[in-house]
Design a protein around this ligand. Structure first.
Ligand code: MTE
Ligand code: HPA
Ligand code: MOS
Length: 758
């Protein structure tokens, strides 16, 4: 049923007319607030001196923790994350206080002139330091299945090792932004947030006002990627405290450098593992000890850790499995949600182990993977049954391409010494649902107007992923009103309330299902009225009425839907419907037992990447990609392709080009010139993405499956392809020992010279 429907706001975006927060016309008296960030990683606040700042023309006021009328807290999973710290700063970049000025640039200038004295303390920065100091967030997560000891004993090979994954910056285009407008009673908040209800709760508590006097309204985000799931609460709170104090509308917008310095990112993870297997590659036992660097406050570190744990076996059945995972508290900015939400880290560990098994046995990694893939009916280490595994089928489909490309790679590598090609294949099995069961809720309010147009409010936030386009399509299909007559409203907590964040790739499942329920009820009412009109007008009794393209049809006769709506209103039928959806079947993951059924279903897929690397410079080029992505059905093929290709490239960026650099706890790669995200030139020349429409019944609305995050994991195949290319260099010619450090390059050049002289 995938229709060709363009982005619902595509024309607005393409013509530059779509409004983000800072594009909205300024309210009368709008002023700007800018935070003063800590320039130490840890220290007691001794003194804050605003005097220089106060002398600047345009300075209006300042705010500190003393100006917070309510609770000094923005933590939701756990309290204790302050708006402004009262005694001690806990990370470099933490907002300590803020200044308010007449315009944006004056506010920044004033903020820069604030002098803060600290009594510095030694910060904890790394996972190792945190382990040494026992600095952890609770709870620790455990999984225990089978008997690993026995498994190791029965294994012909046992390998062990250490792995780690890098930090990643979200690099959304719109930085953290918020505008707060005081109303006759209460406040209107316009944050750039994936979680409007969280913002509402935080502001009410920070300002000590009732929640019904806080209205949060969000039209769209200039990208979120998880960076706007929890991060925006702090900045919305600062803006609200400023507005509360000066009693004027206030805007906050972070400069890029400050945004990268101060806000949460993808967690660094480390793992120690032991893996037992047989000479045919069959894995017998796996044991993990996993740590993440959670930063200064718990933020979403525990659910992120949980999703890592629940993906740390990726696509493979492992009979004996034991795992212990802990999030560390350190003095870096808090780490937070980022596309995949711990999943990519867990999968990276497993895929690294598979590659190592292949090296140990000198077999093609493809064979090791095939040996261990989940089959339908297998259970995960946490006990959830994989009702339907598409992994075998996907491997069969992609194998011819893999073999063909592998041959090319081998031929190239035989002829070339300093340039090597590499190939890798990465399967995925990604669980869809919030792992916190309570969050799996969707909402939709549909209103029909007598001119045949529709207003839809739903619980999803539009951040580029086109949840709105797809919800509009669901409504359109169900009622028969064309997408051009459907307007998707901003997310507003006065229309749709108590909603979970738009996250975990669930927004279409949850809110699309709610919209479907509302639309179905409205359609039934319209059919009832239409039957009456067909009878009156044409004297026909309709059994079944067709409704599509804004027209009701019965036995060759037609009535415009708008006429039916008009009549329905006249007949006192309710032409608005508010519906709710909750995901069935799922349970929370039980932390003590290490068991649960946290996912409604799984998404499957497989990716093959081919790269060419220059062993002397370390430069690489992604040449070819083939992805086969399983989904039950597609509502909008173009949107799905956009999500798959975009996520894949973002995943590649994480493990290859991007490098978040810190110097003693201070982020230093804080601008586009030092933090390199992929660009158009990094797209492979062959980029073959295939949607495998499985028709799976373990899926969601109209048979679709969540698409936002799973394809991020395909990016890992680029990393392993590069690794394989480098290792080919190592294997066939010891001339160069990667990595291509300056020393190694020099060594290689010297060796080459010697060879020439001979
Ligand atoms: N796509 C775009 N263009 N921009 C984004 O910020 N966020 C991703 C993904 N795709 C994102 C995106 C993340 S992290 C998630 S969880 C999902 O979209 C959320 O939206 P969905 O539930 O509608 O898939
Ligand atoms: N994914 C994204 N965000 C979340 C989740 C999740 O599984 N759980 C809580 N917040
Ligand atoms: Mo996505 S990391 O669940 O916002």
């Amino acid at each position: 049923m995938a229709d060709k429907i363009p982005h619902i706001d595509g024309i607005l975006h393409a013509t530059g007319k779509s409004q983000f927060i800072s594009d909205m016309p300024p309210e009368k008296d709008l002023v700007y607030v800018y935070p003063v960030f800590s320039n130490v990683s840890r220290g007691e606040i001794v003194e804050i001196d605003f005097s220089e700042s106060e002398e600047i023309d345009g300075f209006i006021d300042k705010i500190t923790c003393k100006d917070i009328p309510g609770e000094n807290n923005v933590g939701v999973v756990e309290k204790g994350e302050p708006v402004f710290p009262e005694e001690e700063v806990e990370f470099f970049g933490q907002p300590v206080c803020a200044v308010i000025a007449k315009d944006y640039f004056t506010a920044r200038k004033c903020a820069k002139l604030v002098k803060i004295k600290y009594r510095e303390k030694k910060p904890t920065l790394t996972i190792e330091e945190a382990i040494e100091k026992n600095s952890f967030f609770k709870p620790q997560l455990n999984i225990n299945r089978g008997n690993v000891k026995k498994g190791f004993k029965e294994s012909q090979f046992v390998i062990e090792g250490k792995l780690e994954t890098p930090i990643q910056e979200h690099f959304y285009l719109e930085t953290q932004t918020c505008r707060v407008i005081p109303l006759e009673k209460g406040f209107l908040i316009k944050p750039s947030s994936q979680s409007p209800s969280e913002i509402q709760e935080i502001i009410a508590s920070v300002l000590n006002i009732p929640q019904n006097l806080v209205t949060v309204d969000i039209k769209r985000l200039g990208g979120g990627f998880g960076g706007k799931e929890h991060n925006p609460g702090l900045y919305a709170a600062i803006t609200a405290v400023a507005s509360f104090k000066v009693k004027r509308p206030v805007e906050l917008r972070l400069m890029r450098d400050d945004d990268i310095t101060a806000t949460g990112k993808r967690h660094k993870f480390k793992a120690k593992y032991r893996c037992g297997f047989n000479k045919d590659g069959k894995i017998k036992a796996l044991e993990y000890e996993i740590y993440s660097n959670g930063g200064a406050y718990v933020d979403l570190s525990i659910p992120v850790l949980e999703r890592c744990v629940l993906h740390s076996e990726n696509a493979y059945f492992i009979e004996n499995f034991k795992l212990k995972a802990t999030a560390c508290k350190t003095n870096l900015h808090p780490f937070t949600a980022f596309r995949g939400f711990g999943g990519p880290q867990g999968v990276f560990f497993m895929e690294s182990i598979i590659e190592k098994i292949a090296k140990t046995l000198n077999l093609d990694p493809m064979e090791i993977r095939k040996k261990n893939l989940y089959k339908s009916g297998d259970r995960t280490p946490y006990g959830q049954k994989i009702k339907e595994s598409y992994l075998q089928v996907l491997f069969e489909k992609i194998e011819p391409t893999y073999k063909e490309w592998k041959k090319e790679v081998e031929e190239f590598n035989q002829k070339n010494k300093f340039e090597k090609m590499g190939i890798a294949i990465t399967p995925i099995k990604f669980g869809i649902s919030f792992t916190i069961r309570a969050l799996n809720r969707g909402y939709a309010l549909i209103i029909l107007y007598p001119d045949g147009t529709v207003s839809v409010s739903h619980g999803g936030i539009e951040m580029g992923q086109e949840v709105s386009t797809r919800v509009a399509q669901i409504v359109s299909k169900t009622i028969g009103i064309s997408v051009k007559n459907i307007h998707i409203e901003s997310a507003n907590t006065k229309r749709i309330a108590n909603i979970p964040p738009t996250a975990a790739s669930t927004a279409v499942d949850l809110n699309g299902n709610a919209a479907f329920k509302s639309a179905k009820i409205l359609r039934r009412r319209l059919e009832r009225v239409a039957k009456k009109i067909f009878k009156e007008k044409f004297n026909i009794s309709c059994e079944e009425i067709k409704m599509e393209n804004d027209i009701c049809k019965c036995e060759g006769k037609e009535i415009p839907i708008k006429e039916v709506i008009e009549r329905a209103i006249w007949d006192r039928e309710k032409m608005a419907e508010y519906q709710f959806y909750k995901t069935p079947e799922i349970t929370d993951f039980n932390e003590e037992k290490g068991k649960g059924h946290p996912f409604y279903y799984y998404v499957f897929g497989v990716a093959v990447s081919v790269v060419k690397t220059d062993l002397l410079t370390g430069e690489f080029k992604l040449l070819k990609t083939k992805i086969i992505h399983e989904m039950g059905n597609s509502i909008n093929r173009d949107v799905d392709m956009g999500q798959i290709t975009g996520a894949y490239i973002q995943g590649m960026g994480w493990l290859t080009l991007e490098d978040m650099v810190y110097k003693e706890g201070v982020p230093i790669s804080i601008s586009p010139s030092t933090y390199k995200i992929p660009t158009i030139s990094d797209i492979p020349e062959v980029f073959d993405v295939e949607l495998f429409i499985s028709g799976s019944k373990y899926s969601s609305i109209f048979g679709t499956k969540g698409i936002g995050e799973p394809p991020f994991l395909y990016g890992e195949s680029v990393f392993f392809a590069i690794k394989n290319a480098i290792e080919d260099g190592e294997k066939k010619d010891s001339l160069l020992t990667p990595p291509a450090t300056p020393e190694n390059i020099l060594k290689a050049i010297n060796t080459l010279k010697l060879k020439r002289e001979k």
